[in-house]
Write a new protein. Structure first.
Lengths: 284, 127, 173
């Protein structure tokens, strides 16, 4: 097959306008090479003979094809301490605010959704143990949820391969994991037991409601792939699941500006997070 | 360190943003863009600007709601000068914009001279 | 919470749309709007359409967002693009964006051919930047002649025509 033609300036502009509008991601001329390469990959994968036909396909199958396209620009692998600037923000800023009005022994509830194979909720637990001096002052509850029960089983088992541990220092690996054969490590029981796992469909309020309200929710790299209606409904559900003043963290390339008007933006030194306005009803 | 004045254009129409950019950038302004009120508030939290040009009708959060929200924030950005643009031209529309905290109002389609004049007036010359 | 429960009951459309007119709490309004979108009956759609004419920018925005969540947009959009109110026509151009490109382009060109309001043209042209094909070029050229004293429209028509011409060239070659 002949090599795909480079994108014209107009085609590139049209595609970037579309991507910006749908996802908030900004692609400029400096990223042309990567965008073009991705377009050519997807044209081949979808058997689209021209950019024009591919663009039509992208518009028509927005959810699935957009996800395929964007995947090249987001880090989809899950591993421990991924996006650790949000973890830093958690202890430096979010929990400081959340605990202002809490007595010692009060609960702090954190939700990781989707949790996939467990790296994220376990990372949160580990980070708190390692970096938060007040970790023993409160009753910390971590919920990990996913719609996929297979990955949940994997998360529950707490066994991980080398790649998942690649961002962890040898000190942390030695402290929180015990080695099994075949380059696998099992997470320490104490850490494993500190996370509860459950199957939850974020778009289904009957599913989300029963888990109560949280101080912090991590909801990374999932909302942006839902269709417009599901996205908005999921955002409403997550709003309900936040205590007034509670925080929600999205993925790096995501923005509430493409999802929902309900949350306030808060900028901290390590991350931009979203907050349910304080005041209004909470359920305790 | 550059002394360029920065303008944040908030409009969901890509061609409108492009048009304003084509006028304001050659005049020496640095341009940022947002396509709805939520994105504008987000961008302002990351970096203050010298002027907002805000359309009224946008998805998720309209321009008036955005401006009202901004003006109520206990942050320096709350005082950012704002030019509202709108297709409407009735007195009640001017009044609503003023009540929301607008500093000026232009009726769309906006022409080059008006845009440059108001931009200069609200945030001073480009550099 | 009550707003979301109401969406599951029959006859909820009227209740929701009545409540929406006076509801100031954003969270409650959001729930009501998605409620109407999910109900999706002709009555619910009617309620949302009537909100497009509201004086409240926030309500117009919410109604448009909710309408875009509906599946059966074609007929509604076509009707709205012929509305007597230019403000409704402006918002309807956005609805056309959700349609397949050929249908959207066709509906927008049909409206554009006779459109006298510069701002309605502007909205249509912005959507044509995404969905327009060679069949739109004639209508765009006519529009440019009609509005030769409106610099923004000339700029926009130029930009879109360039895009369409380039795309046609690459399709042929």
């Amino acid at each position: 097959m002949a090599e795909a033609a480079p994108l014209s300036r107009e085609e590139f502009q049209q595609l970037c306008d579309y991507l910006y509008r749908r996802t908030g991601m900004v692609f400029t001329e400096t990223k042309r090479y990567y965008v073009e390469r991705r377009v050519h990959d997807r044209m081949a994968a979808t058997s689209s003979p021209t950019f024009s036909s591919y663009f039509g396909r992208l518009r028509a199958n927005a959810q699935t094809e957009l996800e395929h396209f964007i995947n090249a620009f987001t880090v989809n692998e899950t591993y421990f301490y991924r996006e650790d600037d949000q973890l830093a923000c958690l202890t430096k800023d979010l929990l400081v605010e959340r605990t202002r009005a809490k007595k010692p022994g009060a609960s702090i509830r954190i939700w990781s959704a989707p949790c996939s194979t467990g790296e994220e909720p376990y990372s949160i637990g580990m980070w708190l143990l390692e970096n938060w001096p007040r970790v023993d002052d409160y009753d910390i509850e971590i919920l990990g949820s996913d719609i996929d029960t297979q990955v949940l089983a994997h998360a529950q088992a707490g066994i991980f391969g080398k790649r998942a541990l690649m961002r962890l220092s040898p000190y942390l690996v030695a402290k929180y994991f015990s080695p099994l054969q075949d380059d696998q490590w099992k997470i320490l029981d104490e850490l494993r037991d500190s996370v509860r796992f459950s199957s939850v469909n974020l778009v289904e309020p009957n599913d989300t409601r029963r888990h109560g309200q949280f101080d912090v929710i991590f909801c990374r790299n999932v909302l942006i792939y839902f269709d417009d209606t599901s996205r908005r409904i999921a955002a409403e559900n997550l709003y309900e699941n936040l205590l007034p003043g509670g925080f929600i963290c999205l993925g790096h390339t995501e923005s509430m500006s493409r999802i929902s008007p309900l949350f306030e933006v808060r900028r901290f030194s390590d991350a931009i997070v979203y907050q349910r306005p304080a005041g209004g009803e909470g359920h305790g | 360190m550059d002394n360029l004045k920065t303008i944040l254009i908030v409009d969901d129409a890509s061609l409108v943003r492009l048009y304003y950019r084509s006028i304001l950038e050659p005049a020496g302004f640095r341009i940022e863009e947002a396509l709805n009120g939520v994105e504008a508030l987000e961008k302002l939290q990351s970096a203050a600007v010298d002027l907002l040009i805000v359309d009224i009708n946008m998805p998720l959060m309209d321009g008036l709601t955005m401006l009202e929200t901004l003006r109520q924030m206990a942050l320096p950005i709350a005082a950012t000068p704002a030019l509202i643009t709108s297709t409407e031209s009735a007195d009640k529309d001017f009044a609503a914009a003023r009540a929301a905290g607008a500093n000026y109002y232009l009726v769309k389609p906006v022409d080059r001279d008006s845009l440059l004049e108001v931009a200069a007036m609200l945030c001073g010359a480009p550099q | 919470m009550a707003a979301r429960a109401a969406a599951d009951l029959e006859g909820a459309e009227a209740a929701l749309s009545r409540a929406l007119r006076t509801e100031t709490d954003l969270r409650v309004r959001e729930a009501m709007l998605t409620g109407l979108a999910r109900i999706g009956t002709p009555v619910a759609v009617e309620s949302l359409l009537s909100m497009l004419r509201s004086d409240s920018a926030a309500l117009r925005t919410g109604a448009l967002d909710a309408l875009q969540m509906l599946r059966s947009l074609g007929a509604v959009t076509s009707q709205l693009l012929r509305d007597a109110d230019p403000d409704v026509r402006i918002l309807s151009c956005e609805l056309a964006r959700s349609l397949p490109a050929p249908e959207a382009s066709s509906l927008l060109c049909e409206m554009l051919a006779g459109e006298q309001s510069a701002n309605v043209c502007a909205s249509a042209i912005d959507v044509l930047a995404e969905v327009g094909g060679p069949e739109a070029l004639g209508t765009l050229a006519d529009c440019a002649r009609r509005f030769r004293d409106t610099p923004f429209l000339l700029f926009a028509i130029n930009a879109v025509s360039d895009r369409i011409n380039v795309k046609s060239a690459s399709t042929r070659g």
